[in-house]
Design a protein around this ligand. Sequence first.
Ligand SMILES: NC(=O)c1ccc[n+]([C@@H]2O[C@H](COP(=O)([O-])OP(=O)(O)OC[C@H]3O[C@@H](n4cnc5c(N)ncnc54)[C@H](O)[C@@H]3O)[C@@H](O)[C@H]2O)c1
Ligand SMILES: [Zn+2]
Length: 371
Amino acid sequence: MQELVRVELGERAYDICIGGGVLNKAGALIAPLLKRPRVAIVSDSHVASLHLKTLTSALDAEGITHSNLSLPQGEATKSWPFVQQVTEWLLAEKIERNDIVVAFGGGVIGDLVGFASSILRRGVRFVQIPTSLLAQVDSSVGGKTGINTPFGKNLIGAFHQPSLVLADINVLGTLTERDFLAGYGEVAKYGLLGDLGFFEWLEENGPKLAAGDAAARLEAVRRSVQMKADIVARDETEKGERALLNLGHTFCHALEAATGYSDRLLHGEGVAIGCALAFETSARLGLCSQEAPSRVRAHLKDMKMKSDISDISGELPDAAELMKLMMQDKKVSAGTLNFIMARDIGQAFVTSDIDHFTVKSVLTDALTKHP
Ligand SMILES: NC(=O)c1ccc[n+]([C@@H]2O[C@H](COP(=O)([O-])OP(=O)(O)OC[C@H]3O[C@@H](n4cnc5c(N)ncnc54)[C@H](O)[C@@H]3O)[C@@H](O)[C@H]2O)c1
Ligand SMILES: [Zn+2]
């Protein structure tokens, strides 16, 4: 089974192929884009050890030559030294303006290689082959690329749309349960922000999907990608609606900073907790019913996911400090923080008109439950 989602962006439009075994067809799917039969692949060493052979065999089958650069796995790779390494490697490999660079890995590789491609020779095309659930449903689609700096996450970057995205559901089978569930945080986010029907489907099929059901995984990735593709097509550079994709992320970014971007809290775990906090805040402000945050948490618990600040191990700063971290968010403009709040499950909206005392009280209460 294979599904196709198109991101309608005029001359920058592209396809996302989703399905089991898409990787085995990568050569045939990439071939039409090539001006000469040659690609450069950048992956992380872990993904390369598991899946690179499948990709290179698929390229060989179409007579496409390839070279590979494998980088260390982990968030620290999304940084300046690796931008230099990737771009200089691509130049040494004589990758030209018309060639294609392949980003083969999770969101770290996709963001780094997308950014390197955007500045190499003032922009070369790239193909995303996302291998983590998070990358398949979120980071590989939409053209946001970039790296982290000591000043914060994703602060250096560019909009650079890929020319093709290949999401093979089968490769998700080698993810650790924790990485898989972190990616699920972004899947649940789509239902929560704009599609009650999808959230209800997840309530029913989520556990099956986590257990490995291929049809359910395909459907979850397809619906997530379709939703992101539609939003990106309407608002590519986040002048409005695209901000809804940041549901839960302001809380998440503060918690990620508070835990030092360490493996105490993975990004997708922070998104899940952040979504629950956004619904809790919405309920306290009278924007949505009290049942909504309870239902969000119940589903996360059902999925055996972190659902509250109390699920994060170790020391955490107090609510005032977390508020400060929230104010450092990229979405602050002229000192005002835009929040994504919800009127109900599937009905998120952007507002800057939020009482900060309420947000602080939500955090204080959540921290009180922290052991
Ligand atoms: N550009 C965007 O729009 C966007 C959106 C969301 C997140 N992001 C970024 O994505 C990054 C997180 O992505 P991620 O969670 O994929 O992190 P990641 O790339 O670090 O991957 C997580 C771990 O999974 C491993 N892995 C990946 N695929 C695997 C597979 N098939 N089998 C076994 N192991 C596999 C990796 O080696 C890594 O250790 C963050 O840097 C975040 O900022 C970007
Ligand atoms: Zn995210």
